[in-house]
Design a protein around this ligand. Sequence first.
Ligand SMILES: [Zn+2]
Length: 482
Amino acid sequence: MHRALLVVAALAATTSIAACDDSPSTETPPTASAAPAAPAVDYTAWQAGSSKPVADKLYPKHGTATLDVLHYNLVLAWQPSAKTLKGTATLRIRPTADATQLKLDFKPYTLDKVTVDGKAVQATVTGEKLVVPAPVVADQPVTLVVAYHGKPATTPMPSHRSDVEPLGLTITKEGGLWTMQEPFGAYTWYPANDQPSDKALYDVAVTVPTGWSAIAAGSYLGQRGSTFRFRSTDPMASYLQTLAVGKYKKVVAKGPRGIPLTYWYRPGRDERFLPSLKKSPAMLSFLEKRFGPYPFPSGGAVMVESESAMETQQMITMGGKKKKFDKALFEEDLLHEYSHHWFGDTVTPSTWTDLWLSEGWATYVQFLYSQSVLKYSDKELEDYLRRADADLRKKLGPPGKPKAGNFAESNVYLCPAAMLKELHDALGDEKFFALGKAWVQTQKNTQQTRASFTAFVNKQTGRDFTKLINSWLDSKSTPRPA
Ligand SMILES: [Zn+2]
């Protein structure tokens, strides 16, 4: 997520669009108890969606640590006039412990039908949890299908940021949709294990009226009728999913090494952003030069009616609700969200306590980019970071132990960026960029922690930076220069 503190018609029924799904085998086991054993579903097709979920200490009400969702197949239909979302979510789930029920995060929608391995079950939605009574056994995957409909509702963001907006699926005046969902909010539009330690593969198909478009994270597979399809073949945490519906047009481009890029904009509103969006290939080249290949098969951005911006995977969500358009700031934000694809998306903090790990890198890389554009000196950057760091520690505390009610406030951006500047100064360009590159390229599609970061830095550099890292993350005042 960006932080603005820096320098300077009639719808097809969901059943009819299910045919669009060509994801791996979905045969339904027979339901009669006397029937022979159901043909086994081959779950190995979704093995890349396997994770090691842990409980999130900051937001313990969200997520289930004993479930590992391998794949979400979301077949959705949106009716702007009725403001009704109709969905069928098929989840391939690997339980990590024996249990008597499945529990997922879900905002109250009307449940139309719920099945587990083809058998209908009486599920309920209570207290923002979908509770499915079905005994499960550790490491024996199950298929949960949830058909639902209803009007989406947002959820408050636990923060005091100036650009705070409700989280989750938001309906626009025109009947379109957009979402921002960090640290949670995916559960406002589909049943989700809504926490960062459970990454999964995705297929998303959204049917909208003629003339409208739907955009989600992942690679764009194209449009069939008025159904838009997206696929994530790299696992993704739920906060990195996105959904936008509106009267969009798209611009296609090629990034470095031919990476397909798509920019989705709303004619009559977003043209002013297009010249900046078209700088995406140059921004990706800037990042590749320092941190190795862009870690996904496609990229792009979608403009929405928000004031914020978000590093949603392979399809950045950029807020277009700017009172005054500041081109330089918009481009810094865009670069920041692209840099998260290395730091945050492919290598993701396991828990929200370590948000500094993704925001520190994205913010520091953003400074390096703005320095390359505005040509300020290292000394000017160092002085600025130290001044701002001292101020933020006083106001908001150190970045290593954020409070639940202060999500993503400035200290978790700037203070760890100042720490990375110290590391950069201590190592020099060559070793610092080799460290960043190795951190990403050898750990693609993983979740990491403070302990694993510290161990990696020490091993990669052959020096002991434990004290430096801990003091920058925990100290009440700005650590002295090393
Ligand atoms: Zn960010």
